[in-house]
Design a protein around this ligand. Structure first.
Ligand code: HEM
Length: 206
């Protein structure tokens, strides 16, 4: 996990700088744009859950037991956000990303843990984003922010348990390398998704 953090630090910094995130922090993100992100993020979680669900035992199933499904939470949150705006650019990323995860499920299931690392780790950044989101759209846990509150105050403990579980099952340096590659590719895809959603944002967010 230390290796993943170091080798994806630059990709994380690039992702964090995308205007979409600044628009949340400055409370200027149009609601239908956030709704679109929740919708697309839900589709990606559903695809990951499907791909991981095909691994009935082994290291991927072992780590998965420490996290759990999120697509249902995002679907429930979406109901509080109204109609999402269409973003064909982001939708195309969801299509590519889903196809890639399906391929990995067959060709290199262990690499799915690199995707899961990025998705699970994004909850840490979510702790910063959820306050402006709650204020901007009048949301709370159970009313639009269930996904962001999935771990509640125990988020650090969950992250430590996830880190320990990953470190237990991935020990071969060659396997680690495959996770580093899939985590970086995941950041790249997420970056493309958020960049697509950042088109046409109010100038103050850019
Ligand atoms: C404004 C946007 C974001 C902010 C402010 C942010 C902030 C943070 C913070 C504070 C941490 C915790 C570092 C620590 O204490 O260990 C973190 C970790 C992480 N974030 Fe973000 N983040 C953002 C966006 C994202 C996005 C969009 C993703 C991916 C979808 C992401 C993926 C991760 C991952 C994988 C980690 C774990 C790093 C590790 O291995 O320790 N973050 N982020």
């Amino acid at each position: 996990m230390d290796r993943l953090r170091v080798t994806t630090a630059s990709a994380h910094a690039t992702t964090e700088e995308i205007p979409f995130n600044a628009a949340i922090m400055s409370r200027t993100l149009p609601k239908d744009c956030f709704a679109a992100q929740v919708q697309y993020w839900g589709s990606l979680h559903a695809a990951l859950e499907e791909a991981i669900g095909r691994q009935e035992s082994g290291p991927v199933a072992q780590v998965w037991a420490l996290t759990g499904p999120r697509a249902g939470l995002l679907e429930a949150d979406l109901k509080f956000l109204g109609t999402p705006r269409d973003c064909p650019e982001a939708e195309a990323v969801v299509t590519d990303f889903t196809a890639w995860m399906n391929d990995l499920a067959e060709s290199d299931p262990l690499a799915l843990l690199g995707v899961l690392y990025v998705f699970e780790g994004s909850q840490l950044g979510g702790t910063i984003l959820k306050k402006p989101l709650a204020e901007m759209y009048d949301l709370s846990d159970g009313e639009g922010l269930s996904y962001y509150n999935v771990h509640g105050p125990a988020i650090r403990q969950h992250w430590q348990a996830f880190r320990a579980g990953m470190n237990d099952v991935v020990t071969d340096p060659a396997d680690e390398e495959r996770l580093v590659d899939s985590a970086n590719k995941t950041f790249e895809m997420v970056g493309r998704l958020l960049t697509g959603l950042s088109r046409d944002l109010p100038v103050s967010a850019a």
